[in-house]
Structures are given as C-alpha cells and as structure tokens.
Design a protein around this ligand. Structure first.
Ligand SMILES: Cc1ncc(COP(=O)(O)O)c(C=O)c1O
Length: 398
C-alpha cells in the first residue's frame, strides 16, 4: 500500500482507538439464534434484530435450498438486464400484498434502498425534511440528493410544521417537499408519530417516506408494519423496509404506487447497477412473508416476550428510556458503565452491546437489548438474572 495512505489510515485508526470507537466485531460460530455460540462461547443473544427468530427457521432453510435447486446459486446479472427471475417478481408481488400497496420494488438491502431511492425521488429545487435521529442510510441518501435538506428535532411535530410553513410561504416554493422518518428508531425503540406526520404532509401538500426496518414483522396487524399500526394504508407515498431484521434474510424494499415502482426502477442507481440477489435469499424471503401472512403467532410471541422482559426490568428498577417496541435500551448514561456492563454480561454468557457516542448523545449511553419471538421464558429469566447481578455491581440498581 502507498506509504502516505498507510500512515494516514493508521493515524485515523489510532484516534478511533483512543476514543474507544474502534469496532472489533465478535464472531458467531453458528446460526444467529436465541441461544447462539459467539466467540466460542454459548450465550443468550440479546443484540440481534432477528425479531421473529426466522434467520435460522427450518422453513426458511428449506425454501433457500429449494431456491438453489430450482434456480442455481446466483442471479448472474443486474436486475434490468438478465437478473430478474420470476422469484424476484413473486417476492415483489407478495411485499405489495403484505404492505397493502399497489406495487413494490426489491433492492439488495435496506441501505441501498434508502441511498438509491432518496436521491432518485428528490431533485434540484425540491426540499426534504428529516427527523434528526433517522438512520445513516437515509442521511447518506439525502446527502446524494440535490434537494435542500432540513432537519427537525426528534419527533417534534411543531418543529416539522413550522418548517413546512416556512417552505410553502416562500416566494420560490420548493417543487416537491418530502418528509422522511424512521418508523421505529433503532437506538431507543420508540415509534414515530406517523399519523401526525401524514396529516401534516396532507395539509401542506408534502409527500412521505417512512423507513420501517424495525417495524416490519413487529408492528401492526400480522407484523405488517407502521402503516398498519396507524391504519394509514394508501396515505404514505414510500413505505420502505428490509428483510434483514424480522424477516430473517436480506434485501430492502419500497412498497409504493405502480408509478412509484416504475420510476424507481428506472431512476435509482442502487437498483439498476448492482447484481440481483440470488435464489436462496429471494426464496427464503418469500417464505418469511408467506408464513406471516398465514399466521401471526410469531408476532404475538414476540410481544408476549417483550412485555414480560420489560416488566421485569422495570420491577428491578432499570431505566429503559422511551422504548415502545422489542428494542429495549438499558440506560447507563455513562459510556464507561455501558462498556463495562456489556463486558461483564458477556462473561456471564449474555451478549448485549453498548451504544455510546457518536451513535447516541454523549450523556445517553446504554446497553441496547433486543427481544425475539425465539427466546424461551427460561432464556429471558437467565438473561434478566445476569442483568440484575451486573446492574447491581455497577450501581445502576440497588
Ligand atoms: C432504520 C434502518 N434503516 C435501514 C437499515 C439498513 O437495512 P439493511 O440491513 O437491509 O441494509 C437499517 C439496518 O441497520 C436500519 O436500522
């Protein structure tokens, strides 16, 4: 490697190390499941987004194998050339059916959906208003667009309305105004007031884009997500989500009107210029949706587990912030305590990660735990016992 480049990279990495921000990911030695093996150790998994326990579900494994038997290992092309198989079309039809929209477009990931669709939707002369805590893929997508960018304080509907008012009262109004929000915020597990956002959008003739990555399979009827939770069918312009969390596989999507799909299909570079997902992933994703559309028992189990876990944490005296979903932060406020808690929990066979600055504000450090439908009550009891023990050691509870 070029000597100067090498030295500069080493300097940057040393800075990150000094700030305790260097990633050194642990390794799974098997499937991602409630009782996982991580770095050679059996642990209760409390930090995966595998909300419905589908990542290692037998039906998805079998669907993936059948996909490979029927269609091979790879797609062999980008979607617009020779990579669109009838499997991709079936999946897009199912997404639209599940999300109750006219149509849907499937991307390789949620990240590429946001980073490709947003710059395609937003052109010069447009404006976008985005919640300050939106996911990095939204931030990157907006940075790639030529639209004017405005940020509103987290879930601050008065702030959003005042920005809308300012934009529409300018002599040179933006051509298009788009409001973008996460559905469920991944650091705090709180839910966006999408009903109020949509009403404001309708009042000011703006459009709406919601990232439902953590609401899919979790919120609403049969886990249909945030639009179902707030009964907003047909009123959200772009309903984006991912298969990498509750659905247990990989791939992003945008459920939208027919014209929205056709537009994105022609305009978003992260769809046009990348090889299509292979048959195993697509077939397993189809299976995940079919399972949910037939039976919502996993969603119900997820919520039973979540309620039980949160109630026990509160009884112990932990502060779990404003969580309204299976994403449950355990607030330590202090970054050192969050890191120490994670380290001690791992020693005690529980895997949960600390979330510290810059992922959250400096004084809002926490351990972020996430519950799945796959956890048995004894798994949760085991983890809760260890959390209580370590919480007492660190003086978080008495
Ligand atoms: C809110 C949100 N949006 C988008 C993504 C990206 O999704 P994917 O993992 O499919 O790239 C994530 C995942 O980290 C997320 O949390």
């Amino acid at each position: 490697m070029n000597e100067k480049l090498k030295r500069e990279m080493e300097e940057e990495l040393a800075k990150l190390k000094e700030q305790n921000l260097l990633w050194n990911p642990r390794t799974l030695n098997g499937p991602n499941c409630a009782r996982a093996r991580v770095d050679g150790k059996k642990v209760i998994m409390l930090c995966s987004n595998n909300y419905l326990g589908l990542a290692d579900h037998g039906k998805l494994r079998r669907a993936a194998i059948a996909g490979i038997k029927g269609y091979g290992a790879g797609s062999g092309s980008v979607r617009p050339i020779a990579g669109t198989m009838d499997l991709h079309i079936k999946l897009e039809e199912l997404i639209a059916m599940f999300k109750e929209t006219e149509d849907a477009i499937y991307y390789n990931s949620g990240f590429t959906a946001n980073s490709g669709a947003l710059p395609a939707i937003l052109r010069e002369g447009d404006a976008v208003i985005s919640d300050e805590l939106n996911h990095g893929s939204i931030i990157d997508g907006l940075r790639l667009s030529k639209a004017e960018r405005l940020i509103y304080k987290h879930k601050d509907m008065e702030g959003l309305e005042s920005q809308l008012k300012t934009l529409v009262s300018r002599p040179a109004k933006p051509n298009r105004i788009l409001i973008v929000t996460d559905g469920v915020f991944s650091m705090d597990g709180d839910i966006a007031p999408l009903d109020r956002i949509v009403s404001l959008a309708e009042q000011y003739d703006a459009c709406t884009y919601v990232d439902d990555a953590h609401g899919d399979g979790v919120l609403g009827e049969s886990g249909k997500g945030i639009t179902s939770h707030f009964k907003l069918h047909g009123r959200v312009d772009f309903d984006m989500g991912t298969f990498s969390k509750a659905f247990g596989t990989m791939g992003g999507y945008i459920a939208t009107a027919k014209v929205g799909k056709e537009y994105l299909l022609n305009k978003s570079r992260t769809w046009l210029l990348t090889g299509a997902h292979g048959p195993a992933t697509v077939a397993a994703s189809i299976m995940a949706l079919e399972m949910l559309m037939k039976d919502d028992k996993l969603v119900r189990k997820l919520w039973r587990n979540t309620k039980y876990y949160k109630k026990r944490l509160k009884e112990m005296g932990f502060d779990i912030g404003g969580s309204e979903t299976p994403i449950v932060p355990i607030m330590t406020y202090d970054a050192g305590k969050a890191r120490e808690m994670s380290r001690r929990l791992f020693e005690e066979d529980v895997y949960a990660l600390p979330i510290v600055f810059p992922m959250v504000a400096k004084d809002k450090a926490r351990i972020r735990t996430m519950i799945t439908a796959e956890h048995k009550t004894e798994d949760l009891d085991f983890a809760l016992g260890k959390i209580e023990k370590v919480g007492k050691e660190l003086g978080l509870i008495s």
